[in-house]
Ligand binder design. Sequence first.
Ligand code: DC
Length: 233
Amino acid sequence: MEHKRLIIAVDGYSSTGKSTVSKRLAARLGYTYIDTGAMYRMVTYRVMRDGILRDGQVDDDRLKRLLAGMTFDFRYNALTGCHDAYLDGKNVEEEIRGLAVSNQVSLIASLPRVREVLVAKQREMGREGGVVMDGRDIGSVVFPRAGVKFFMTASPETRARRRHEEMMGKGETVTYEEVEANVRQRDYTDAHRAASPLVKTADAIEIDTSRMTIEEEVEQMLAVIHARHARGN
Ligand code: DC
């Protein structure tokens, strides 16, 4: 039987492995994966590169003009088997994942003007269903009526360790302490900002990733989705 192609929201704290499980989940379902964090990172990268952010202050007029002209897309990379982030037609994967952007992205993501533009683009991208979208506000703001909502958690230490290993693997010289400080600071800013703070909605299913393998997480999530389908959704 053909099932309805759902919108699957995957929200949670940084470095809970959201993007890894979301990608695998999307592949298993034949859905499109959309990394909304990469979109906030792309805006941050451009804001920094263009000198729109100075001493923690953003030039609002220039930001407005910048947002109006930006294009975002994700293209398949046959070498890695992943979708890379493209900003205005240029691959910016490397630039947006480093510590420089990571340290400023929460600030940029807290600006209502930025959220308004990106949420509209995300709604457009998910309109037809058949998407796994990962972020912080997908189930609460972008798609409050998403077919299935997951909320991913893990302790700050587990998340900092994972992120540190990932960054070292990419050849970045960064200490565990720096990464843990960044993770804790982003948790705080993401959960306490006025515009769309990170919250677990009442209908979201919590997945604690501290003691599960990625495969176990994916299987648990698929079981939830299949149960929804069996109920006729
Ligand atoms: O998932 P990530 O770590 O790449 O996200 C980068 C930042 O963007 C994170 O600090 C929070 C913010 N973000 C957000 O505010 N809303 C989203 N839907 C996705 C990410």
